[in-house]
Design a protein around this ligand. Structure first.
Ligand code: GLY
Length: 373
């Protein structure tokens, strides 16, 4: 695709995304769904954990930032306010997901101290999950559990540390990133979903999984969280050791993508077998990695490496805006991006639209479209 074609095609995809989000909030006001069921947003199935509210509100901020439409601004503020109480939520490890896509753009637009305070409180609340023995932020499932996903949330602790000049916060966030690198990121750049620790001694015990194929497999979304998370941490800290991890993840990602540039849900899935355990794509992992690779391309030094990351991201987005993935030619489908996966084992949101897939797809397309204007 030429740059001009891309600008047109990506803009159309973003306009379609606006239509879908407007329809969702008109049909289900103040409802924060996580995944579709048969392409429809109103699910009664379990959440597993309540972590995706910031993605719906975050899309509204993305739409407003691109279009300057005051209606999207009003909707974004309304949906963000519905999340404000979560700044004190100690039951989830997802406060970065919830607040960095909502209160951060809102604060950057206004400079309002109250919004700044919410961001800082969210960072401090997340930091309370720190396990001194083992030196990691515990996942929502158990104190002995570390998730790769938390790499996308730890940036809010670095943010709070920077804004308040709090060394203790910075130290524990740094420790979390090092523990994750040492126990969940493998030498080849792939990642495990979960690590488990001995609570008495802090000793690392084993790599395991909830949403991937196996403890020793390469769950695609976990790798995308790691790639993007370490890139965000590098942006906030300037620490080369974290950029190195993001590049290791990115190199594994780029070298192992299938020919159509959209990942299967787990790099170890036997794709000769049927979905959901075999040949099931996860478009959301592709959207996250594309957005992360666009950032990483701006952070790395050799121009050839930057071009490689950017071209990989654009090739992935080119695939996702085609009708196989974009729902614009699928009548009745209420989501934006088809073929995402939430939790295969629990049979939640498998081969559906998932709210984080929607958000990172919109975020990645917006980065490309806004940069070209
Ligand atoms: N729990 C985060 C994810 O599903 O990726």
């Amino acid at each position: 695709m030429t740059a001009a074609d891309r600008q047109t095609t990506y803009t159309h995809a973003l306009e379609f995304a606006e239509t879908q989000v407007a329809a969702l909030i008109e049909k289900h006001p103040d409802f924060f769904p996580i995944y579709t069921v048969g392409g429809r947003w109103h699910h009664e199935g379990e959440l597993w954990t309540d972590w995706t509210g910031g993605f719906l509100a975050g899309m509204m901020w993305q739409f407003h930032l691109r279009t300057q439409d005051p209606q999207w601004r009003a909707r974004a503020e309304h949906y963000s306010k519905l999340l404000e109480h979560r700044q004190h939520d100690r039951d989830v490890h997802d406060l970065g997901f919830i607040f960095l896509s909502t209160y951060k753009p809102w604060f950057e637009l206004t400079g309002d101290e109250h919004l700044h305070g919410v961001l800082i409180q969210a960072g401090r609340t997340l930091a309370m999950r720190f396990q001194e023995k083992g030196r990691y932020l515990r996942s929502f499932v158990a104190p002995e559990s570390l998730f790769i996903d938390i790499m996308m949330n730890v940036p809010i602790i670095f943010y709070a540390a920077r804004e308040t000049n709090d060394d203790a916060l910075r130290t524990l966030a740094t420790a979390h990133c090092r523990t994750t690198r040492d126990y969940l990121v493998r030498p080849d750049g792939s990642t495990a979903h979960e690590g488990r620790f001995n609570l008495e001694t802090g000793e690392f015990l084993e790599q395991t999984t909830h949403q991937g194929l196996a403890g020793d497999s390469r769950w695609a979304r976990g790798l995308a969280w790691s790639l993007y998370g370490y890139s965000k941490v590098y942006a906030l800290t300037g620490e080369q050791e974290f950029l190195d991890v993001a590049c290791r993840n990115a190199d594994f990602w780029a070298a192992n993508l299938p020919a159509d540039r959209v990942p299967y849900w787990d790099f170890d899935a036997d794709i000769s077998q049927p979905a959901p355990w075999g040949a099931q794509k996860d478009s959301s992992a592709g959207a996250i990695a594309a957005s992360g690779l666009l950032d990483l391309a701006q952070q790395v030094a050799p121009p050839e490496l930057a071009a490689h990351y950017r071209e990989t991201a654009l090739a992935m987005l080119d695939a996702l805006v085609a009708p196989e993935y974009l729902a614009s030619e699928t009548p009745g489908w209420e989501g934006i991006l088809k073929h995402g996966v939430y939790h295969t084992k629990k049979e939640l949101g498998v081969d559906e639209s998932v709210m984080w897939g929607e958000y990172f797809f919109v975020e990645a397309l917006s980065k490309v479209v806004n940069a070209a204007r």
